[in-house]
Design a protein around this ligand. Structure first.
Ligand SMILES: [Zn+2]
Length: 255
């Protein structure tokens, strides 16, 4: 069997960064080919750490990594795109954290692939533009959920599967998206969604960023889709946590 290469070159986004020991840094990286990795940047906190030095949070870098016993070791690092506004602006930094947090929660260490990497790099770039960061967050959420297999259904009723009429509807996380007023009658789950909010979500789900970035949504519309997406995401994460807990319990009973 061919042994895995001891060192390899890769692009990486720095998802997290923390001090480690006297002079080192522990990095959590997202790579296109190897998913999420933990790596040590040795001597990164020394002032003259030229080789592995200036890898800042959220930056995109070219790296040479070596497989250590437990962790990868950064042997070379060169910043390709620093995404500077994400460190100079607290609001943007908060949004960048939100993107990374969601990625963490919806993907396991290994199965984060090329598409998630491309999406995150794109979204970090969008956050650096002179745009409403809420547009970035909602667009990213919809696309990340799509990659994770949880794209909300926005064109057909989540219960009857019939095409939706152009009118105010309801949204039910449990039913995977929008449901029509007829099927909603008598249900206790779900919440109203305005036709404008539905149109905005459809737009963000499918259009290219160049057309999304100039959208000018009203404050109330922003709030409506934000509440809706956060409620949907919270529901999915709770389900996910429960299924993880269920698997753990099964395993314990099997032992
Ligand atoms: Zn229906």
């Amino acid at each position: 069997m061919p042994r895995p290469e001891r060192t390899f070159r890769t692009q990486a986004v720095i998802l997290r960064r923390q001090d480690f020991g006297e002079a080192d840094r522990l990095l959590v990286l997202l790579t296109p080919e190897h998913g999420k990795l933990r790596a040590i940047a040795k001597g990164a906190r020394k002032p003259l750490a030229r080789q592995t030095g200036h890898v800042e949070l959220f930056a995109l870098a070219d790296m040479l990594l070596a497989r250590g016993r437990n962790l990868f070791i950064v042997t070379q690092a060169e910043t390709k795109e620093p995404f500077l506004p994400l460190r100079d602006d607290l609001v943007r930094a908060t949004y960048a954290n939100h993107l990374v947090e969601l990625l963490d929660r919806f993907t396991a260490e290994q199965d984060t692939g090329h598409e998630e990497f491309t999406l995150l790099v794109a979204a970090l770039g969008w956050l650096c533009e002179d745009v409403d960061p809420r547009l970035v967050a909602r667009t990213y959420e919809l696309r990340l959920l799509g990659l994770a297999g949880f794209a909300p259904s926005l064109h057909t009723c989540g219960i009857g599967q019939e095409p939706l009429e152009p009118q105010d509807q309801f949204f039910s996380a449990m039913d995977g998206g929008v449901i029509c007023p007829d099927h909603y009658a008598g249900l206790t789950r779900g919440r109203p969604i305005s036709l404008n909010a539905l149109k905005a979500l459809r737009y963000l789900q499918t259009r290219p960023w160049e057309t999304i970035r100039v959208l000018n949504l009203t404050g109330p519309l922003h709030l409506e889709i934000e509440h809706l997406m956060l409620a949907y995401i919270t529901y999915l994460l709770e389900q996910r946590l429960q299924s993880v807990e269920f698997l753990r319990r099964l395993r314990r009973e099997e032992e």
